[in-house]
Design a protein around this ligand. Sequence first.
Ligand code: TXA
Ligand code: MG
Length: 343
Amino acid sequence: MSETRILSAQEDDMKAAVREAAALLAKGEIVALPTETVYGLGADAFNADAVAKVFAAKERPAFDPLIVHISSFKELAEVAVVPEDIAATVKSLAGAFWPGPLTIVLPKTDKVPDLVTSGLPTVAVRQSANLIFRNVGKELGRPIAAPSANRFGRISPTSASAVLKELEGRIPLVIDGGACREGLESTIITIENRGGEQKPLIRVLRAGPVTKEELQKFGKVVIEKKSVTERPDAPGQLESHYAPRTPLLMFDKPEDFRPEPGKKYGLLSYRGDPKAGYMDLHEWETVEELSPGSGKLMEAAVRLFHVMRVLDEEGLDAIVAEPVSETGLGVAIMDRLRRASAK
Ligand code: TXA
Ligand code: MG
C-alpha cells in the first residue's frame, strides 16, 4: 500500500464520503471511520480476508478479538445468539445505550468468522452513535468489524490526523468526521443471569463512557480488575496498552516523584490546579491540562488521548500524570492512565 487518502465527511460532503467508504468495504478493503468514541479501522465483518487486513495494518496479534458494529438492533441476530435468560436485559440495555458507547459480549453466530473473535465462541457487539459510521454500515448492509485505528498497543486516535500518524501508507482511506465526542473507547460488558429473584450480573471488562453508576439500574455491576496477559477475555485489558512512546509515570502521592537531574519532564494535569500537589512540585518543561475549561471529567475524557499525543511529541524524558477522582467517567480515565504507565 502506498497512498492513504483522506475524505471529509462533514456537512455537505457526507453522502459522497459514505458511498465511497461503503464501496471500498464491499470490495474487501479496510477504511478508517469516525465513531463517537475513537476512530475505528473497519472491515466487512463477514469477510475474513478483509478482517485479516485489519490485523496486518495494526500489527495486532491474532489473539486480540475485534468489536462488531451493527447499524440496527435487527442486525444483532446476524452476529449474536442472545441467550433467552438475558434477552430482556440485553433489550433494556440496548434501549438505554444504543446507539452508543456500550459493547456487549454475546455468543456468536456461525456467520462471524473465527478471525474476528480470535477463536472465542463469543462476539463483542455495539451500535455506534456516529451518523457517518451508521450510514456506512447501512449502505454496506453488513456489520462492520472495527478495532481502534491505531497500531497495536498505541494511543487510540480521536481525530483523522491522529489516524494518519498511526496508519498512513497502510490503509487506502480515512473518513474525516472531526473530533470524537466521547474520546474514550466503549464500555465492554458481559451479562449473566443469576437465577431466581436476583438481578443480573453485569461484568465490566473495560471501563468506558457508560459508567458503573449508569449500568447499576440494570443489574449488579462489578468492574473486573484482573489484568491478563495471555488469551485474555479483553486484551484491551492487557496491562501495557494505550501507551505513548515517552514513559508515563504515576505516583501514589506527589512527593514520590524524584526527578533525575538534567532530564526533561512534562506534566499531564487534570485541571492545572496547584492544590492537586503536582504543579509546584517541579519546573516542568511543559504542562498540559486535561480539563482547562470547567474542570469536568467529561472534558478530560474527550481530551485525554489527544493530550497524550501532544506530550508524546515534545521530546520529553518522561510524562508525569496527575490522578483524577475515580468516580463516574474518572474510572475509565484512570484505567487508561494506569495502563499507559504500566511497563
Ligand atoms: O469504542 C470502541 O470500542 C472502539 C470503536 C472503534 O468502536 N473500538 C475499540 O476496539 O476500542 P479495540 O479493538 O481497540 O478494543 C476492543 C476490545 C479488545 O480489548 C478486545 O479484547 C475486546 O474488545 N473484545 C473483543 N471481542 C471480545 C470477546 N468476544 N470477549 C471479550 N472481549 C472482547
Ligand atoms: Mg484499541
